[in-house]
Design a protein around this ligand. Structure first.
Ligand code: SAJ
Length: 406
């Protein structure tokens, strides 16, 4: 495929690295974000997220002139939509908030021409690609068969995004097989190791949700085991280690809960569509959501409900060695302790803030010096030295992740 004019809509954790990788593959990429401050920071040469090797790769494609940052959606042949799809909560039901997809489609429609291709990368409930196609047609005045649309859900792991963008297999779904083929050709220009598989749009939408739900259910199982083992008075980490010696068993690791914008969100998109038929998926989500509150109860028993005790949480992000705190179970735990009147502090070496909501953040040294009880939530590199582990074990603690074992 020759080099293309591509506009990437949304320059967050997925859109920015995708724009950089596409530009690195020789396409002329125009990155657009609705947040002015994001465009300003990028135009000043500085990326606004923490991701390994991304700053260097960004600087390189900017210097080569392959990536422009624009404050309006620029006209192109191909549009790649990478906007957030959080959930919204109404009457205890969680449903996908598709407002960003809708407004991105309306913006793209303003510049859409015959023969253009619009690819949706955001994780979405089934039938959203069809909805996006409707909006594009309505707003642009083009007929649905005068432009192409496809869904190619992102599948990359934060921390390894640049590597995984080039090495992971991709699933490309479109109602029109020609649209899927054109999208496949485009992705094959930068997916150097993985394969691109084509299918219809709804299969691609559900495939992405099924992947993250698989992981969420497996972790829910591990979290449920951790609660049972506490009752049984045995070490869940040893139990899982031994169970995993079986050639067909691979239980994941229990933790304080499941966070992030993917596993903690995507299963709800299936529950939203299929209700009771998705009861296992709902139950797993509920177990993982409840876990920080269960841990809170264990901590309170340990400190004998003493409100004079200072509780320090090691790790506030949603997983190790990143700064992303979306849906972080550490925030749920801290918030619950704080609203019950307990003194709680966090330590997050990847954040430069002094507070998160009402929770004060301390340096590792300050937290280890001032708290009476520690909660080990994440295995950040900064916590891994023997000296730090020893200082944690000198006081009472709750180790959610088996960090201090052996
Ligand atoms: N976690 C555990 N135990 C484990 C593994 C993870 O408690 O054994 C927790 C983590 O601490 C974290 C949460 O699960 O709170 C999610 O972390 P993760 O590393 O499993 O996944 P994400 O959310 O960073 O990225 C996932 C990936 N999906 C799968 O592995 C199936 C990634 O490939 C997707 O691209 C990403 O979701 C996404 O954007 O959808």
């Amino acid at each position: 495929m020759q080099s293309k004019e591509i506009t990437v809509v949304g320059l967050g954790y997925i859109g920015l690295p995708t724009a950089v990788v596409m530009a690195g593959a020789g396409h002329h990429v125009k990155g657009y974000d609705a947040k002015k401050e994001v465009c300003e920071s990028l135009n000043a040469g500085k990326i606004h997220i923490v991701e390994n090797y991304l700053q260097e790769a960004f600087t390189q494609v900017r210097e080569n002139g392959c990536l422009e940052i624009t404050e309006e959606i620029a006209e192109s042949d191909i549009y790649v939509v990478c906007v957030p799809t959080p959930f919204q909560e109404e009457e205890n039901e969680k449903t996908a908030d598709l407002s960003y997809v809708e407004s991105a489609a309306k913006e793209v429609a303003k510049v859409l021409k015959k023969g253009d291709l619009v690819i949706l990368e955001s994780t979405v409930p089934p039938h959203t690609t069809a909805m996006m196609t409707e909006i594009l047609a309505e707003e642009s005045g083009l007929k649905k068969d005068e432009f192409y649309t496809a869904h190619c859900p992102e599948r990359v792991l934060p921390g390894k995004i640049l590597y995984e963008l080039k090495h992971n297999d991709r699933i490309i779904g479109a109602k029109d097989p020609e649209a899927a083929e054109i999208t496949k050709e485009l992705y094959e220009t930068f997916v150097v190791e993985g394969h691109c598989y084509v299918c219809d749009d709804v299969t691609a939408e559900l495939c992405k949700l099924a992947e993250n739900t698989f992981r969420d259910i497996n972790i829910a199982y591990a979290n449920q085991l951790s609660m049972l083992c506490r009752k049984a008075g045995i070490d869940v980490f040893r139990l899982i280690e031994l169970a995993n010696k079986h050639p067909r068993v691979s239980i994941l690791t229990p933790g304080l809960g499941v966070g992030g914008h993917c596993l903690a969100v995507d299963p709800w998109f299936i529950v939203e569509k299929y209700g009771e038929d998705a009861s296992l998926i709902r139950t797993a989500r509920e177990i993982n959501e409840r876990k920080p509150y269960w841990v809170k109860d264990q901590i309170l028993k340990d400190i004998n409900y003493d409100k004079e005790k200072k509780i320090g949480i090691l790790g506030m992000a949603y997983k190790p060695n990143i700064d992303d705190m979306r849906e972080s179970p550490s925030l749920a735990l801290a918030g619950a302790l704080e609203s019950d009147g307990y003194m709680v502090y966090g330590c997050e070496p990847n954040s430069h803030s002094d507070t998160i909501g009402n929770i004060r953040l301390l340096s590792l040294e300050e937290l280890l010096n001032s708290c009476d009880y520690y909660v080990v939530a994440l295995a950040h590199d900064e916590f891994k030295s023997d000296a730090v582990k020893k200082r944690i074990m000198d006081k009472p603690y709750y180790d959610c992740i088996g960090f201090l074992r052996g």
